[in-house]
Design a protein around this ligand. Structure first.
Ligand code: GLC
Length: 569
């Protein structure tokens, strides 16, 4: 017996509709309603047959990105790097790694992207460098090196057995102590991430100056902005106090600590404000996006600069997208918070990236994953938010984790095996077509990570030809977002707010025109009644499944299991 929702009297529905969200007028910046597509360059497209993606490969695929409708691409780190953490360990901030191409290739990519109407954003790693960066090599060779103080050093302590130990209990996110001993200087250096990624000392003003110069180098080359990697961890406690320890160990076998002395320290906001002032001197609304995993929306608001709006334009909200289950009440309240608790700033939503199990697997129930992926896409692309898409998300690529430790590439998986298998699973090559066993990603049978077997049906080419595919669902949503005023500029209003099975909301254009969205997050048919406070004729814009009965009125919308209805009134 399908669950059927009671039709509530009009007055109650009006009360349930809740407040109109996001009261601030849209700012008119290009990024305000943009869809930004994350490219993991190693896995996007290989143009020279070495089994590794590259910049010319991205250039070759710009037609695809234009057809998808994205406004900008964020390219993962393509700078010279020993590739211990696949580019997040940079050894030269002002060049391109030969594996990925040359500066001339970058300039050509940027020019071609412009021709396609696509902006280019770069990943910028400010927290740490590679241990092979000349700065660190000098710093680790001698205490009197002019750059020694550019990193975080400490003499450590001598324990009761007379043995030298790290100064405190700080744990690396990649496993083990966060301190590494260097005999040449008789000191430990601090590394939040892998030991090949020494943290920079942001209390030294020369570090800030060097990094500002680097940002300018790329801004002068025309990039539209940056995604700031691990930006919340720039500062560590100056007194090096021990982090509070909780019971148990994590997947790496390390003690579980609360990172109150190594993450999200208040000093970072001064740096961000100066960075914002600097990029605002450039024309064209350059943008700063933050990788901001934060405990709550109040903290997120600080990353915008609160009421001053003088820090990042787009710190990522990780709360909505990483709810990790179709929990209607949780998703509704998180969406509501990011719409109302950030002083009118623009929310940025993200469900997928190169660091997490794909949303296909995190939200899927193993049976209805294809339908659920359309729910996730709809939520991402019809909310009032700048949207981040990760390559492969739009076609439903699945997470494919290595089965043998010798196949693991990600350092986290190497240190954490077998409990922590690392992030290779979400970084497998983009599945373009079924033209060869590499899914069109490369001509080389040995790709840096294997192409999952599902590529024969899950690939961009065959999905483009299938009107009901996940790819075309994304294309249609993005196109609607660009052309429909309510979706492009409208405020967001939650509807039917007591409903625990269906998430419904309206986007309201200044003239009162509305787009209505109803997402059935349950495995049973649901009937919803949405009062949109509007008497205009109802028009269905998109449905999933494709053949679902079209409602004649907002008061009786029948949604099949995991069904989606998007309409206009
Ligand atoms: C960020 C990146 C991740 C990287 C880490 C260290 O979290 O997204 O891939 O390993 O920073 O730079």
């Amino acid at each position: 017996m399908p669950f059927r929702q009671l039709l509530l009297p009009m007055a109650v529905l009006l009360w349930l509709a809740g407040p109109v969200l996001g009261a601030q007028a849209p700012s008119g910046k290009w990024w305000n309603n943009a869809v930004i597509y994350e490219i993991y360059p190693r896995s996007f497209q290989d143009s020279n047959g070495d089994g590794i993606g590259d910049l010319n490969g991205i250039t070759q695929r710009l037609d695809y990105l234009k057809d998808l409708g994205v406004n900008a691409i964020w390219i993962g780190p393509m700078y010279p790097s020993p590739q211990v953490d696949f580019g997040y360990d940079i050894s030269d901030y002002e060049n391109v790694d030969p594996q990925y191409g040359t500066l001339a290739d970058f300039d050509r990519l940027a020019a071609e992207a412009r021709r396609h109407g696509i902006r280019v954003l770069l990943d910028m790693v400010l927290n740490h460098t590679s241990d092979q960066h000349p700065w660190f090599k000098g710093a680790a060779a001698s205490r009197s090196d002019p750059r020694h103080d550019w990193y975080v050093w400490n003499n450590g302590i001598v324990d009761s057995a007379g043995k030298r130990q790290p100064p405190n209990n700080w744990v690396s996110l990649f496993g083990g102590s966060a301190w590494q001993w260097v005999p040449a200087v008789n000191q430990y250096y601090y590394h939040e991430f892998y030991r090949a990624q020494p943290d920079l000392n942001w209390r030294n003003p020369q570090v800030e100056k060097a990094m500002m110069d680097t940002l300018r180098f790329w801004l002068d080359r025309g990039v539209a902005g940056f995604r700031l990697d691990a930006i919340t961890t720039l500062f560590e406690d100056a007194q090096l106090r021990n982090e509070p320890q909780q019971p148990g160990v994590n997947a790496q076998g390390d003690p579980v600590v609360s990172r109150i002395y190594t993450d999200n320290l208040p000093e970072v906001h001064d740096v961000i404000r100066r960075m914002r002032t600097m990029i605002d001197t450039y024309p064209g609304d350059r943008v700063l996006i933050g990788e901001t995993y934060l405990p709550d929306t109040a903290e997120l608001d600080k990353w915008y600069g609160g009421a001053r709006h003088d820090e990042l334009q787009l710190p990522m909200d990780m709360l909505v997208g990483f709810t990790n289950k179709l929990d209607v009440a949780a998703l509704r309240s998180r969406l509501l918070e990011v719409q109302t608790q950030v002083h009118g700033s623009q929310p940025m939503l993200v469900f997928d990236n190169h660091d997490n199990v794909r949303s296909w697997d995190r939200y899927g129930d193993g049976v209805h994953n294809a339908e659920i992926a359309k729910i996730v896409a709809t939520l991402l692309l019809t909310s009032r938010a700048t949207a981040l898409l990760y390559q492969g998300e739009e076609i439903g690529q699945v997470t494919t984790v290595p089965t043998r430790v010798e196949d693991v590439r990600d350092p986290i998986g190497i240190t954490g095996w077998p409990k922590e298998k690392g992030r290779d699973g979400e970084r497998t090559p983009m599945q373009w077509d079924a033209s060869n066993a590499q899914a069109g990603f490369s001509t080389n049978p040995k790709t840096w990570l294997p192409v999952p077997p599902g590529y024969k049906s899950v690939n961009a080419q065959s999905e483009r030809a299938d009107p009901n595919s996940l790819l075309n669902w994304h294309r249609e949503l993005i196109s609607l977002r660009r052309t429909n005023r309510a979706l492009a500029t409208g405020q967001m209003q939650m509807l039917d707010v007591q409903n625990k099975k269906v998430l419904s909301y309206a986007r309201v254009a200044p003239g009162g025109q509305k787009v209505l969205v109803a997402l059935n997050m349950s495995g049973e048919t649901q009937i919803v009644s949405l009062d949109a406070g509007n008497t205009r004729p109802l028009k269905t814009l998109m449905t999933s499944p494709a053949g679902m009965p079209l409602p004649k009125a907002t008061t009786a919308i029948t949604l099949p299991a995991f069904g989606v209805w998007v309409g206009a009134q």
